[in-house]
Design a protein around this ligand. Sequence first.
Ligand SMILES: Nc1ncnc2c1ncn2[C@@H]1O[C@H](COP(=O)(O)OP(=O)(O)O)[C@@H](O)[C@H]1O
Ligand SMILES: CC(=O)N[C@@H](CCC(=O)OP(=O)(O)O)C(=O)O
Length: 260
Amino acid sequence: MLKVVKIGGNVVDNSEKLDRFLQDFASLEGPKVLVHGGGKIATTIGKALGIETQMIGGRRVTDAETLKVVTMVYAGLINKTIVAKLRTAGCNAVGLCGADGGLIVSRRRNPKPVDYGFVGDPELKRFGTATAKTLIDAGYTLVVAPITVDGADGSLLNTNADTVARTMAVGLSGTFETELVYCFEKRGVLMDVDDDRSVIPEITPARFAQLRADGIVADGMLPKLENAFDAIEHGVRSVAICSADAVAEKGYGGTTLKAD
Ligand SMILES: Nc1ncnc2c1ncn2[C@@H]1O[C@H](COP(=O)(O)OP(=O)(O)O)[C@@H](O)[C@H]1O
Ligand SMILES: CC(=O)N[C@@H](CCC(=O)OP(=O)(O)O)C(=O)O
């Protein structure tokens, strides 16, 4: 089973938590891919440079200046820091963004109703299977930053990291049996977002619709669950949402997604 693991921005921003997570990730047996976010660090560095952040529906409005910041932060600082730490922990990591080897080709978002600027949605049909398979078969662990490339004009595009993880998992599911694991700072999808003991062990699309209507899942959890169900529909064997501390635990102790 190939594991595609996504690590969220709150863990990436905390060096102690990140180091612990990377040690555990490095210890996982078998082929694996790590997708990282880093939205919080991009916001902090942007601010220091006088570039204010605007988020709409969980996505960053990305003008030309913001694109420079997110490219430097995600595909540079964060990606290379994670690769170096993983290699030190004995994991044969190589860092990529969607532009490298044509790994993830995107379509720029329609400027209506919201003009997000340089933000793209991956095109599954153009997934760089050969690049990914060649590296994985050669024993590399791919570390993927959430920057993709516009298939129409070659410009770099900012892409939600949960969507990048779903794209890697779905893209690889034609070649490998694939599992997708979303790791973040909480223990899973919670009934009460402030109570880590309130993990919902299993969610189906029907239950998701109810949880959304009741306002129990909101904010960044909405795109995460949408991506999770999309992955299951497109051939990914299993999807879990769990704490970064549980990545090496059997069953992950978090939330498992199931088809209806
Ligand atoms: N029911 C819920 N259970 C857990 N988290 C939730 C829930 N509803 C909303 N959230 C919010 O979703 C956030 C996770 O989404 P996001 O910040 O995008 O994750 P990531 O850290 O992976 O980027 C949590 O920090 C929490 O504030
Ligand atoms: C288009 C868009 O919103 N891209 C995200 C990419 C990073 C990300 O998703 O990071 P987290 O996983 O830490 O949230 C952003 O710039 O915030």
